[in-house]
Design a protein around this ligand. Structure first.
Ligand SMILES: NC(=O)C1=CN([C@@H]2O[C@H](COP(=O)(O)OP(=O)(O)OC[C@H]3O[C@@H](n4cnc5c(N)ncnc54)[C@H](OP(=O)(O)O)[C@@H]3O)[C@@H](O)[C@H]2O)C=CC1
Ligand SMILES: CC(=O)N[C@@H](CCC(=O)OP(=O)(O)O)C(=O)O
Length: 313
């Protein structure tokens, strides 16, 4: 039997990339909506209820509408928006979070795909909180460098169709310090408060690096940067998509600079630990359209359907 898969939002950035991944998986049937009917309630409702798995690649409000259209017990939903990420009736689609998370995803019919910046932050910090290294009330901060595809069709169009000089420089945003990923960053990192977080969009299509400074003098346990690298490497040792880079490796450097695009077009997330004296820097590198969105969505589908987790990725 072939599983029927529908992508609501099939012509958006995340939806198109999900279709790319689906085209590499043979034992499924992708059902599509006619382009001019992609916002038609009845047409969407029919396909949503016909499908075994529906990916929602829509703005939050449209995602909520799609969920309200389901009138059967069969359809499994994987939502890429922010709408359900901290909703306790949904499962957070980050299988590497801890041992039980993959099983929860497997048994769930409602899975939310983590936000891209949140993915980078949580995967680097959560093990350190869970292992009692960082106190829960530790005040974290981080910044994330992201390609403009993270902003969807409208930001892509702005970058690709405008010659405005200010688009050539990196641009900070969410300077109200209230980015929409903060609730999930707090909830799934295990910290008592969200990080002080500033994202920065650059003039390139895809690729993300989340950078987190840490001060070990404020930790519960006395550890070095090398200890942190070893702890993270051990935590993720069985995780195919999480690569903790050896301490002191300089393989990440190209002409002396960090290349944040090296995970592009893969579902890998690389964690780097840098250290000097009493200071540590964690960097998570990944593709905002891979592990940061569409790749993660496909990984979740594979888990939910009992397929090989790396299929298509
Ligand atoms: N881009 C990224 O890296 C990431 C995006 N996400 C999330 O995924 C979701 C989709 O984002 P993204 O793909 O970037 O966005 P895009 O703007 O690129 O695409 C959104 C798509 O949804 C369609 N759409 C909008 N409203 C409706 C509606 N009412 N009914 C049906 N279709 C509708 C749009 O139609 P039209 O073609 O007419 O514009 C468009 O094709 C968002 O919630 C976003 O936050 C999550 C992680 C990363
Ligand atoms: C450049 C840019 O605008 N990026 C988006 C991130 C998109 C993403 O991961 O997250 P959501 O699913 O939560 O939209 C942003 O920071 O809002």
């Amino acid at each position: 039997m072939k599983y029927k898969i529908f992508v609501d939002g099939q012509e958006g950035t995340t939806g198109l990339k999900i279709h790319d991944y689906l085209s590499k998986i043979s034992n499924i049937e992708v059902i599509k909506i006619e382009s001019e009917k992609r916002k038609d309630y009845e047409a969407r409702r029919a396909l949503i209820n016909e499908a075994d798995v529906v990916f929602l690649c829509l703005p939050d409000s449209a995602s909520k509408d799609s969920v309200s259209m389901i009138s059967n017990n069969k359809t499994k939903i994987i939502d890429a928006s922010t709408a359900f990420r901290t909703n306790q009736d949904w499962t957070y689609g980050l299988p590497e979070l801890h041992k039980n998370q993959r099983i929860k995803i497997q048994n769930s019919s409602r899975v939310s795909v983590p936000g891209c910046h949140a993915t980078g932050f949580i995967l680097a910090i959560h093990p350190l909180v869970a292992e009692g290294i960082i106190p829960r009330d530790y005040p974290t901060s981080c910044y994330s460098l992201t390609g403009y595809s993270g902003g969807g069709k409208s930001l892509i169009s702005e970058y690709q169709n405008s010659n405005r000089e200010q688009l050539f420089a990196p641009r900070q945003y969410a300077l109200n310090l209230n980015h929409k990923h903060l609730p999930e960053m707090q909830l799934y990192s295990g910290l008592n408060s969200a990080p002080l977080f500033t994202p920065i969009v650059g003039n390139y299509y895809q690729g993300d690096a989340v950078t987190i400074p840490l001060f070990p003098r404020m930790f519960i346990k006395n550890v070095t940067a090398r200890d942190i690298q070893e702890l993270l490497a051990s935590y993720y040792k069985d995780e195919h998509f999480i690569r903790v880079i050896p301490y002191d490796s300089e393989a990440y450097l190209e002409d002396g600079f960090f290349n944040l695009m090296q995970c592009n077009n893969t579902n890998y997330l690389d964690i780097f630990v840098f250290g000097h004296k009493d200071e540590i820097l964690l960097v998570s590198r990944f593709d905002n359209l891979g592990k940061g969105a569409s790749g993660a969505a496909i990984q979740n589908m594979n888990i939910m359907l009992g397929l090989d987790e790396g299929l298509g990725l």
